[in-house]
Design a protein around this ligand. Structure first.
Ligand SMILES: Cc1ncc(COP(=O)(O)O)c(C=O)c1O
Length: 378
């Protein structure tokens, strides 16, 4: 493979001097978990997003779980979740003790379909998780109004949308809480697992701080709630503080190949991701027919790595088999046809975009019968 679909090592290499110095500082201090590097990153990230509170945890899944628990979601509650998302989004609801209700996405935005979410509301519905899938911001005016009207806890899943904006305001600042993942391939990724919850609610933030560390509120170490261990470590936080000042430039750099893909793929039989201002292209996911063969073709003919986000919507997975609600045909069609092309801030060369487009054009020319008849938006 000459071009991997994602390559976080290249991002770390760009800032390697600063990263190594920050890690050396952690070792020199000798404090490795929940120390000054975590406190500094929490402040930096809260300031960046324009929210008062950020609580570092050890993954995006834990960020979602603890945000729901801190928001009072638990046994007997239902939470509406899109079926086309990472497993962690729905697993978090289960870990919080509630039931995920999986709803279809809109064919164009690939976000939770508001009409179907409305239809899925029951007397047990207590929350809704809005996923900014692939780094494309969801309509937060709509979801804020939706949650307020129905009295629901609004949780933004920002695992793929660090720095994305809706109407000029950072996503993560709209919901009752928002969860971020710092998995290495994310737009802001650590050299290991990490996550954070941000919120404007001081009481919720205090509950989160207790929940991530055995339910302790202070140094007395008395568990007021059965918390657990979801602490962010100092090395991840120190590296994240080095990378955060580069996030906006990296997101801008992702828009360059995204724009080039739009031009280069314009004549192909495929549909492109929604063109939403404020999007940060965590993925550039097209849809096309015979997707699996196209993926193979790209790998074999051009050495281009691609990925699929997501092939199997959650309602078709054994863990969530009883959780689907209403028609889910769009998630299923997208699962068959989505293909995430390489997109990285370092992908400035148009040669690669051209190579991907030409290889896909060859594929469709050789297999025209398999390429025709694609619905415009799926
Ligand atoms: C949309 C979404 N939600 C949740 C998660 C879970 O994050 P983590 O892998 O850090 O637990 C991910 C990561 O893959 C994600 O993309």
């Amino acid at each position: 493979m000459t071009l991997p679909q994602a390559d976080p090592a290249r991002r770390f290499a760009r800032q390697s001097g600063e990263i190594m110095a920050a890690i050396a500082e952690v070792f020199a201090r000798g404090l490795f978990v929940l120390g000054p590097a975590v406190a500094r990153f929490e402040q930096d990230f809260a300031d960046y997003l324009g929210v008062p509170h950020c609580v570092g945890v050890n993954s995006g899944t834990d960020a979602l779980t603890l945000a729901l628990r801190a928001g009072g979601i638990g046994a007997g509650d239902e939470v509406i979740v899109p079926s086309l998302t990472a497993a962690g989004t729905a697993a978090a609801v289960v870990q919080a003790g509630a039931v995920p209700v999986l709803v279809d996405v809109d064919a164009t935005t690939r976000h939770l379909d508001p009409a179907l979410a409305y239809a899925a509301i029951s007397p047990a519905t207590a929350g809704v998780v809005v996923v900014h899938l692939h780094g494309i911001p969801a309509d937060m005016d709509l979801w804020s109004a939706f949650a307020a009207k129905h009295g629901l806890f609004l949780l933004e899943d920002c695992a793929q949308a660090h720095g994305a904006e809706w109407q000029g305001r950072k996503v993560g600042s709209f919901g009752d809480a928002a969860a971020f993942s710092f998995y290495p391939t994310k737009n802001l990724g650590a050299p290991g697992d990490g996550g954070a919850v941000v919120t404007r609610n001081a009481a919720l933030a205090a509950r989160l701080r207790a929940l991530r560390n055995h339910g302790w509120r202070d140094s007395a170490r008395i568990s007021e709630t059965p918390g657990g261990n979801s602490r962010l470590d100092e090395i991840q936080a120190a590296v994240l503080s080095v990378l955060l000042p580069h996030l906006d430039a990296d997101n801008a750099a992702r828009r360059v190949p995204a724009c080039a893909y739009r031009l280069a793929l314009a004549d192909l039989t495929c549909s492109l991701p929604p063109e939403q201002p404020g999007g940060v292209y965590h993925q550039f996911a097209i849809t096309l027919k015979a997707r699996d063969r196209a993926q193979e073709w790209l790998r074999e003919r051009a050495g281009v790595g691609t990925a699929i986000h997501y092939a199997t919507p959650l309602h078709l997975q054994p863990a969530f088999a009883d959780c689907g609600r209403g028609p889910l045909a769009v998630s299923e069609a997208l699962g068959q046809s989505l293909l995430s092309l390489p997109i990285q801030p370092e992908l400035a060369s148009f040669d690669i975009v051209r190579k991907v487009a030409e290889t896909l054009a060859d594929f469709q020319a050789e297999r025209p019968s398999q390429s025709r008849g694609l619905m415009k938006s799926v």
